[in-house]
Design a protein around this ligand. Structure first.
Ligand code: DOR
Ligand code: ZN
Length: 435
């Protein structure tokens, strides 16, 4: 089947302008095709902007084991609505993804349930080096150098050294220093309010663990990706080591800070914890200057009942996968960041740094993972309208301008102006690890 997307605005492949594109057999088959070419379906994209689908390299879809919070179906539908055509899921499910058997089980589940394309990290433990060494169908190895939701933690030097020395896949690190967290928590008697979360998981916790990860990467010449950078200080570590170290920021660390606890309480309790307004500013600048390379959601749904427990029983994490693109398009409309930079950090660079073949660009022969956005359309984020199973968002009530209207996953129009097509499934993302 041939689909013509007609009269779309674009920033790629040309600087600006209007263009036509034909999708055929899951691929972008023709850009600016001959007007005589026959097509089966025509989508009038006048006034809309066509971008590559977002590749979100950090989500928690909670399946298996925690499916009262989210599952691969509900989470991937949220992706489709938000213009996210590919996700990488984290290993802190139940059971944790710490073996190749569990990895393959997740891939099998996703092939049946996920509406968008998927990849699954394998998690590091103190004892699973053999599993990490021969894992292939994964973007890389996730290490929690500091505990978070779940029980994955590797914080002793010896196992860390061995993982960096004896494996070859890119390491994605959650950087919060466990010793600092424990001592801050003791000093605060465990913490009494949601805002104490930011005193316990403070700037030093993030910096110390990130410094440790960067030093290990340098010592063993191992590619490192620092997940969810939350402080200005971490950027000092990343900037001089850009050949080996890439970094990711999440919209919640750009938008929220400790001043927001009064208003939002547990709705902004996450790991790493939010920091200060100054950190927000530094993260925006680092994103614009390319010290931070990727925007990811860290979509981490918990039910509101769970979140409403008193601190520290309230779990850390927020749902966000369906809103990250509108949030960044709104930032474009407000002049905070360029559209080019948003497309680079959400679509093109994730494909590049994780060695994904044929994604992240609008070019002939690339996968037809595409999103039309209406840069003038307004939306108000609303808990009840969220597609995530947990049905809330820390941005509830926020007005945003810039909304995805159509999402194609491998050539299938899975979301179109509020309507979903349930007939299609995403594909396993292929990683070219030999690159
Ligand atoms: O806030 C967070 N929630 N940070 C993490 O590292 C894990 C995540 C979760 O899985 O809930
Ligand atoms: Zn996470």
């Amino acid at each position: 089947m041939r689909t013509l997307i007609k009269n779309a605005k674009c920033i790629f492949p040309r600087e600006t302008g209007i263009f036509n594109l034909i999708i055929e057999n899951n691929k972008i088959a023709f850009i600016d095709p001959s007007p005589t070419m026959s097509v089966d379906v025509t989508i009038n994209a006048e006034g809309l902007l066509l971008i590559p689908g977002v590749i979100d390299d950090h989500v928690h879809m909670r399946e298996p084991g925690l499916t009262h919070k989210e599952d691969l179906k509900s989470g991937s539908i949220a992706c489709a609505k938000g213009g996210v055509t590919s996700f990488f899921d984290m290993p802190n499910t139940n059971p944790s993804t710490i073996s190749n058997d569990n990895l393959l089980r997740k891939l099998e589940l996703a092939s049946q349930k996920s509406w968008v394309n998927y990849g699954f990290f394998i998690g590091a433990t103190r004892q699973n080096l053999d599993q990490l060494r021969f894992a292939e169908r994964t973007p890389g190895i996730k290490i929690y150098i500091g505990s978070s939701t779940g029980d994955l933690l590797v914080d002793e030097q010896n196992p860390l050294e061995r993982i960096f020395a004896e494996t070859s896949l890119t390491i994605c690190a959650h950087c919060e220093d466990e010793t600092t967290i424990i001592s801050n928590s003791r000093a605060l008697d465990g913490g009494r309010s949601y805002s104490s979360h930011s005193q316990i998981r403070d700037e030093n916790a993030a910096f110390i663990a990130a410094r440790r990860a960067v030093n290990l990467a340098l010592k063993h010449n191992h590619r490192l990706h620092i997940a969810h950078v939350s402080t200005a200080k971490e950027i000092e570590l990343i900037h001089p080591n850009k050949n080996l170290v890439t970094a990711e920021v999440c919209p919640h660390h750009l938008y929220f800070n400790i001043e927001d606890y009064d208003r939002l309480g547990a709705r902004i309790q996450m790991n790493p914890a939010v920091k200060t307004r100054k950190d927000n500013e530094a993260l925006w600048n680092a994103l614009i200057e390319d010290d931070i390379n990727v925007i990811a959601s860290d979509h981490a749904p918990h039910t509101l009942d769970e979140k409403n427990k008193p601190y520290p029983k309230s779990p850390s994490g927020i749902p966000s996968v369906e809103n990250i693109l509108p949030l960044m398009l709104d930032a474009v409309n407000k002049g905070r960041i360029s559209l080019e930079r948003v497309v680079k950090t959400m679509c093109e660079t994730p494909a590049k740094i994780w060695n994904i073949a044929d994604k992240g660009k609008i070019a002939e022969g690339y996968d037809a993972d595409l999103v039309l956005v209406d840069m003038n359309k307004k939306m108000i984020v609303n808990d009840e309208e969220q597609m995530t199973k947990c049905k809330w968002s820390p941005w509830n009530g926020e007005g945003l301008t810039g909304v995805p209207t159509h999402t194609w996953v491998m050539g299938n129009l899975v979301y179109c102006e509020g309507k979903f097509d349930s007939a299609h499934r995403g594909r396993e993302i292929q990683f070219n690890h030999s690159k």
